[in-house]
Write a protein that binds this ligand. Structure first.
Ligand SMILES: Nc1ncnc2c1ncn2[C@@H]1O[C@H](COP(=O)(O)OP(=O)(O)OP(=O)(O)O)[C@@H](O)[C@H]1O
Ligand SMILES: [Mg+2]
Length: 244
């Protein structure tokens, strides 16, 4: 089992879009895949048409010895399950703080799922908090969607520093350029000549209205626009991640 977290301190950079589309391609290849929507906004749950509700909420999950099987839902896609968001996740930081090893609880919860799934994707809320620390400690790979702008690159450095501070090996952090618009000079300059201290995946995800349309179709982009540039880019990105 590999745990893949789509994480960034910044909001609105394409974390959920990447989670949903990469998980879809993982499952399409026939491997058992779970998406855990950890964001109380519940966007990944929305895309999979599943109500953001977890029995007994986040606290119930944290205090259960084993992940209760009835909180995991099937999706419309074979091999792809979802652990939906719950609005109570907004209190996860406070609840985690009550534990002895407050930064390792997510990792502990995921352990028993090892035999059930080949890939577990974590759709992370933006920010840098105790829940982020749990996510970083639980993930084998931390995928960081990054819009090619000056401030986003600065945030990428902050993520690198934070990971180093909490002992995350830098080889586990992989950034990719997200929402690139090559009509913009700055995007072109940064993509052509990236100056970052984080490992950078070669594949970029273009700014594409098909990704926005996921909100209307409530489906991964490959389901309703199979041959679109965006769908192809996510497939190539997934191939690249798997080849590492
Ligand atoms: N490649 C893209 N091209 C165009 N629009 C995109 C692209 N990726 C994401 N979007 C749009 O940008 C918005 C934010 O995307 P998304 O929800 O994936 O970001 P996020 O990082 O998960 O945000 P949050 O931090 O709020 O969870 C959404 O409206 C989405 O449809
Ligand atoms: Mg999101």
């Amino acid at each position: 089992m590999k745990v893949i977290a789509c994480y960034n301190i910044k909001g609105g950079v394409g974390k959920t879009a990447a989670t949903v589309n990469l998980a879809y391609f993982a499952a399409l290849a026939g491997v058992r895949t779970l998406v855990w929507d950890l964001d109380p906004q519940g966007a990944a749950s929305f895309y999979f048409r599943i109500k953001p509700k977890v029995k007994k909420g986040g606290k119930g999950l944290l205090t259960s010895k084993k992940m209760p099987s009835d909180v995991i839902k099937g999706t419309d896609y074979q091999s792809l399950d979802l652990l939906p968001a719950d609005f109570s996740y907004r209190h996860l930081d406070l609840q985690l703080d009550d534990f002895k090893n407050p930064d390792m609880q997510l990792r502990k919860l995921l352990k028993p799922l090892k035999t059930e799934y080949d890939y577990i994707f974590l759709d992370c809320p933006p920010g840098v908090s105790l829940i982020s620390e749990n996510i970083l400690n639980a993930a084998d790979w931390i995928i960081v969607p990054t819009i090619p702008t000056t401030l986003s690159l600065r945030t990428l450095d902050q993520i690198g520093d934070f990971c180093e501070k909490i002992g995350i090996v830098s080889s586990r952090v992989l950034a990719f350029f997200s929402m690139i618009d090559l009509r913009k000079k700055l995007h072109r300059q940064i993509v052509e000549n990236p100056s970052v201290n984080t490992q950078l995946l070669k594949t970029c995800i273009p700014y594409a209205s098909d990704v926005e349309l996921m909100g209307i179709h409530r489906q991964p982009v490959a389901v309703f626009a199979k041959n679109s540039k965006a769908s192809q880019a996510y497939q190539v990105l997934w191939n690249e991640i798997m080849s590492l």
